[in-house]
Structure formats: structure tokens, C-alpha cells
Design a protein around this ligand. Structure first.
Ligand code: URA
Length: 225
């Protein structure tokens, strides 16, 4: 009977584990184990850099910078605008009211929170939750670019205008820009409304329906029903 690559690998690993236990003093690693470890290390290094970053004036006002969280090899990445008050206090993205709604959307899409990666265009809170300035966005941009390079998501969902502008710049409001995949360096990007906007327009069921339509397209692309 023909053995699968996985069977051969398992057998080899058992043999080598046995030899290692017997005093061989070596371990067998797949080439991608090393790559994975390097990727993880690079992302952790970047988190530390973000927490220590002084590239723009926002660092003088922050309690904690918010690099992002989730699966470091996620196929689905969400990008918001910038941390708010709760996020600044906890150092975690989307943990306030908008975050609770985002996390419900993620669950409705049949993803666990720790299966996706959630981050923002700007990693420190702008005062009074104002929109980030262009200089702040530009100063922070290399962090987000590097996160995307390292995580290599299959799809990016942008939440609100600041994030949409970063990836798929266009004219008009989100109502016109949502619902169609754009492209960022070969990665499909779905712009949709920011959860805070849904909260501000709580009674507007049509808005919620539109976001869900957008997410259904993302699920279809990722092979989730
Ligand atoms: N809004 C955002 O854009 N990001 C957060 O992390 C929280 C609220």
C-alpha cells in the first residue's frame, strides 16, 4: 500500500525522537517549522517596537499602544481606524462597544476570535477619538504593512473610511465603496462600515444587512458557508 507523505513524516519523526531520547542529541524539523518560528519572532519583535514607538506625537498621550491581536497566520484580517479609550487602557484592539459588535460579527462568520487577526491603521489613540491625522497615519503605516507581509492573510476587511482609504482609496462615502472587493498587493480587500457607525445608527437595519452581505462575500471567498 502506498504511504502518504504524512505517514512517512510521522514514521521519520518517531524514529528520530527515539534516537534523540537515546542520546542522539538532535531534533527533526520541517523546513516550514523554521519559517513559522521566524515569522512569529518577527511579529513579536514588531509588537515590542510598537509598544515603544515614538514616531509621532500620539505616543505622548497614550496609556498603551495597541499593536493588534489574533492568529499570526490568520487567513482573515480586520483593520479598523485607531484605538479608542478602552483599547488604550488595555492595549488590545476592539475591546469597547464597537469591539463587542465586531466580535459578534466574527462569530457569525463562523470564525473564532483567535482564528482572525484584528488591528488598526494607527496603533495609538488619538485624543478624544478624533480621526488620525495624515502624518500619524503615515508614521504608523510601516507597522501595518509589515503585519500584512508577515501574516499574509487571504482577505482583509477594512472597517470604516480611514482603513478603506489606506487600501482601496476611492471617492464617495462608505455606502458607495462597500460591498466590492478591491486589491492590495494581490490580497482581496472588502471595505465595509465601521462597527461604531452601526452603533451610532442602531435602529438602521439596512446598514446591518449591508455589512452582513459584505461578510457573506468574504466567507464565500474563504470557503465558509
Ligand atoms: N475603533 C477602532 O477603529 N479600533 C479599535 O480598536 C476600537 C475602536
Amino acid at each position: 500500500m502506498k504511504r502518504s507523505a504524512a505517514d512517512v513524516w510521522e514514521e521519520l519523526r518517531n524514529q528520530v525522537d527515539f534516537l534523540a531520547e537515546a542520546g542522539g542529541g538532535f531534533v527533526l524539523r520541517r523546513p516550514e517549522d523554521g519559517l513559522e518560528a521566524a515569522r512569529r519572532k518577527a511579529l513579536e519583535g514588531m509588537d515590542a517596537q510598537v509598544r515603544d514607538c515614538k514616531l509621532c506625537a500620539l505616543h505622548t498621550l497614550r496609556t498603551k499602544a495597541v499593536p493588534g491581536e489574533g492568529d499570526r497566520s490568520a487567513e482573515l484580517m480586520f483593520v479598523g481606524e485607531a484605538p479608542g479609550r478602552d483599547e488604550d487602557l488595555q492595549g488590545r484592539p476592539f475591546v469597547g462597544r464597537a469591539g463587542q459588535l465586531l466580535r459578534k460579527i466574527v462569530a457569525a462568520m463562523t470564525f473564532r476570535e483567535d482564528e482572525v487577526f484584528i488591528t488598526n491603521v494607527v496603533k495609538c489613540r488619538p485624543p478624544d477619538n478624533r480621526e488620525p491625522f495624515r502624518e500619524e497615519i503615515e508614521a504608523c503605516a510601516p507597522y501595518l504593512e509589515r503585519q500584512i507581509e508577515l501574516i499574509r492573510p487571504r482577505v482583509i476587511v477594512t472597517l470604516g473610511k480611514t482603513a478603506a482609504d489606506r487600501f482601496v482609496p476611492g471617492r464617495g462615502g462608505m455606502g458607495e465603496r462597500r460591498g466590492r472587493f478591491g486589491d492590495y498587493r494581490g490580497i482581496p480587500v472588502m471595505p465595509t462600515f465601521h462597527p461604531s457607525y452601526l452603533i451610532r445608527n442602531e435602529g438602521d437595519r439596512a446598514l446591518k444587512r449591508m455589512v452582513w452581505e459584505d461578510m457573506k462575500q468574504v466567507m464565500a471567498l474563504l470557503g465558509r458557508k
